[in-house]
Design a protein around this ligand. Structure first.
Ligand code: MG
Length: 452
């Protein structure tokens, strides 16, 4: 692979082209080398390439003297939870999350069950680049063993969530890593469960591993036809959840996040809620009703998790369905999200459609301005000051991820694309007219800087 190996979601790329068994073995060996771990838990999603990469990563770990506990197919949050619960020194998850089936990747967790931060990732990356692996003498190689500890996770979720209503839930794991555990846990919570696509299949024949309005159309139909109370779907590795309401409509990500954040803020006076720079201002409006505070981070669940821990926040989430509940752990967790959302609906004595419409919805506009990759750095450097003087009325400014200005009646975010020769602008406004005005001003400014 060219450039940096690790991104905000670990290593990701085309299976057996970019993410090869040799690379997985090197990552395993580097993890064993860097943190001197004695015990590492390893899990994988249902992709066709996952077993191959798992075996390679395990070989690398053993060669570095670490013992490997192989959990088989597990959702990412279960791997993260068990890393801490089984007192492992690290965890490795083989997955490409919501990406298409031909992709795969590796994500590393520390003993606390938190995804490796940049510093730890850089250490692993440097070990691989310099090929400075610790190679253990034949007599002291690590040992591997299979382990099935899912029940520890299931028990923990059931302890955190007690439901009294018998919800009829249609669950759609999409042939991904939650295929057996999600229906099992929802049944354990007393729900009446109808399962769709609840078999492991690395070709993801039923729908894309990314749950969204388009890919969940069949689930929406089933919920409506059966008259079920709610539909829930997960991404390929089960750290994201998406919902269908009792009327068969897709529950908008931003509004569901904002409504749930408001519920959490109501339960916890003065609570801090964390989200990323792209989420709708709906979350601020909802949380403010209960005197809570919203903190925004860079896009990527790792950043949201770190901020939750740092600020002792009570909840955090991104508007793609990745929600983090620190009462159990710091990894986004789809199954726990669905259990807690049902509990919230029970507490508020409401149905999902009514719950979601409590959160306001605002017009969002996105626009791209072409910009050579070589100019991006200069433009983004100049942009902050130019944008602030173009919008002197701004209430808040942030540069955690691009430049974001909070305005009286909306906000603007300008980021350089990580992969394409583009500068991306996102605007949200109280009305479409306001959003258009903000976007027009922002676009003119960026175009002017690109020309200079
Ligand atoms: Mg995922």
């Amino acid at each position: 692979m060219n450039g940096k190996l690790f991104g905000s979601s670990g290593v990701r790329g085309l299976a057996n082209v970019e993410v090869t068994p040799s690379l997985a073995a090197e990552i395993g060996a580097a993890v064993a080398t860097c943190s001197k771990p004695l015990k590492v838990v390893v899990g994988r999603d249902t992709r066709t390439s996952s077993a191959m990469l798992e075996d390679a990563a395990v070989a690398g770990l053993l060669s570095g003297g670490a013992d490997a506990w192989q959990l088989g197919i597990v959702p990412t949050p279960v791997l993260a939870f068990l890393t801490k619960r089984l007192k492992a020194d690290a965890g490795i998850m083989i997955t490409a999350s919501h990406n298409p089936p031909q992709y795969n990747g590796l994500k590393i967790f520390n003993a606390d069950g938190m995804a490796y931060a940049m510093k730890s990732q850089d250490k692993v990356e440097e070990t691989i680049r310099k090929k400075k692996f610790k190679r253990i003498d034949w007599a002291d190689l690590g040992e591997s063993q299979r382990a099935d500890e899912n029940r520890l996770y299931a028990e923990a979720v059931c302890r955190k969530t007690k439901l009294s209503r018998k919800w009829h839930v249609v669950v759609d794991p999409g042939c991904g890593a939650t295929y057996s555990l999600a229906p099992h846990i929802l049944k354990g919570l007393g729900c009446r469960v109808t399962s769709l696509n609840a078999q492991a299949d690395g070709f993801f024949p039923a729908r894309s591993p990314e749950p969204n309005m388009e890919s969940l159309k069949p689930l929406a139909k089933v919920v409506k036809c059966l008259g079920a109370d709610v539909g829930v779907a997960y991404d390929g590795d089960g750290d994201r959840a998406a919902f269908i309401d009792e009327k068969g409509n897709f529950a908008d990500f931003d509004r569901t996040l904002a409504a749930y954040a408001a519920h959490v803020a109501e339960q916890n006076a003065g609570a801090v809620i964390v989200t990323n720079v792209e989420a709708s201002m709906s979350i601020e409006k909802m949380v403010a009703q209960h005197h809570g505070k919203v903190v925004r981070t860079r896009v990527g669940d790792v950043y949201v998790s770190e901020e939750i821990k740092k600020r002792k926040a009570v909840f955090g989430g991104e508007p793609c369905g990745a929600w983090i509940h620190p009462q159990l752990h710091y990894c986004p967790d789809g199954i726990l999200t669905s259990a807690l959302l049902l509990k919230t609906l029970e507490d508020e004595d409401t149905e999902l459609s009514e719950f979601v419409v409590q959160a306001p919805v605002y017009p969002t506009i996105r626009k791209n301005v072409a910009c050579k990759n070589t100019h991006k750095h200069r433009i983004m450097k100049q942009l902050g000051d130019s944008l602030r003087s173009a919008f002197p009325e701004h209430k808040e400014t942030s540069d955690v991820d691009g430049v974001r200005l909070t305005l009286e009646e909306g906000w603007i975010l300008v980021r350089a694309s990580g992969t394409e020769p583009l500068i991306r602008l996102t605007v949200e406004g109280e009305s479409l007219r306001t959003a258009n005005n903000i976007m027009e001003k922002g676009t003119l400014l960026v175009k002017k800087l690109v020309k200079e």
